[in-house]
Design a protein around this ligand. Structure first.
Ligand code: SAM
Length: 323
């Protein structure tokens, strides 16, 4: 079976936020004062997450990404990964992490069978990194990235949220990380969360401007879109580089018509879109001894809530939904 929504998009990916807790407080994601976080009992258990994944596979969803909050901040994550490793039919299992704990976890992640990692990194300058993350240590992330490359993970991506006046002076340096490393550095358009318009505020830079800045000192070659995957990023290469550059333009050029994913929030909502559309309370269904048909219906209803195009408004709680 497979899920096709009313705009004929085939849904084959699920992004799972396994916790709303994080060890960092990045300026674009969380307020300094902290947040009202869910109580432990309201967060899906690992067993519940695995039930959802098993069912999703039956519905043709074969590609999964764990995110958060910070996924490596949730206790005993190896237990979840072991269980996921036993689910037949998963074709891709990835994780988005801030990389702070990666040096210690990378070996376990490799051994347990995680396919791919996206690592968030918004500055290569120690002091600026500490400012953006409100206390993170750049060295931890850099060591984590080197460890991941050393262990031979493929298709590793570095996620850079592009912010005017904050890290736009570093775009070239970020791009040149790909010269001798098998990495994709992905520039993500900053979204003004909790605002009427995602492009509002003084930090937003559209993709075209990010590319212009990089092209001042580097020759970029445009790459064809991947045969498989969500097509969320436009990809380029610096001539002669080992790695790639990706640009995610959710604000200036939404890629909703090729969006093939649903999202599971840490508190068990099956969301149709990061930014708009509706959600299904899957946790309540899961905790009431559901039949297979009830789980299928929940997925079908969530898929049908997917809007044709997102609203362009940032009324979303990123730490729960997971970026
Ligand atoms: N803690 C993990 C991490 O740092 O990668 C996973 C969760 S974090 C919410 C996932 C991604 O969300 C980050 O890579 C960041 O790029 C993205 N994100 C969060 N807030 C954003 C914003 N306001 N604009 C653009 N991207 C954002």
């Amino acid at each position: 079976m497979s899920i096709v929504d009313k705009y004929l998009r085939r849904i084959n990916r699920l992004r799972i936020s396994i916790t709303d807790l994080c060890n960092l407080r990045c300026i674009y994601c969380r307020p300094e004062s902290g947040l009202d976080l869910s109580k432990h009992k309201d967060i899906l258990t690992y067993e519940e997450i695995v039930t959802v994944v098993r069912h999703a596979v039956k519905l043709g969803i074969k590609s999964f990404r764990l995110t958060g909050g910070e996924p490596l901040f949730r206790k005993n994550i190896e237990y979840l990964l072991q269980m996921l490793g036993n689910v037949q039919g998963i074709e891709d299992l990835a994780m988005t992490t801030n990389g702070i704990y990666l040096k210690n976890y990378a070996k376990m992640l490799k051994e347990i069978g995680l396919f791919r990692l996206n690592i968030s990194l918004d500055s290569l300058d120690e002091a600026k990194f500490e400012e953006i993350t409100r206390g993170g240590k750049l060295r931890d992330v850099l060591d984590g990235i080197e460890e991941v490359l050393h262990l031979g993970f493929k298709n590793t991506k570095i996620n850079v949220v592009a912010m005017k006046g904050i890290n736009d002076d570093e775009f070239g340096e970020f791009a040149r990380l790909t010269l001798e490393r098998d990495l994709e550095v992905r520039f993500i358009e900053y979204m003004a969360m909790n605002k009427e318009n995602l492009a509002s505020g003084d930090k937003y830079i559209p993709m075209a401007d990010i590319i212009d800045i990089i092209e001042r000192n580097n020759e970029l070659i445009s790459l064809p879109p991947p045969m498989l995957g969500s097509g969320a990023a436009k990809t380029y290469k610096i001539r002669g580089a080992m790695g790639k550059l990706g640009f995610v333009s959710a604000v200036s050029q939404p890629f909703c018509n090729s969006c093939n994913r649903l999202r599971l929030t840490s508190d068990g909502k099956l969301r149709s879109c990061l930014l708009s559309g509706g959600e299904i309370d899957l946790k309540t269904i899961l905790r009431n001894n559901p039949t297979e048909q009830q789980l299928t219906d929940a997925f079908l209803r969530a898929a049908n809530l997917k809007p044709s195009v997102h609203s362009g408004k940032g009324h979303v709680v990123m730490h729960q939904v997971g970026g």
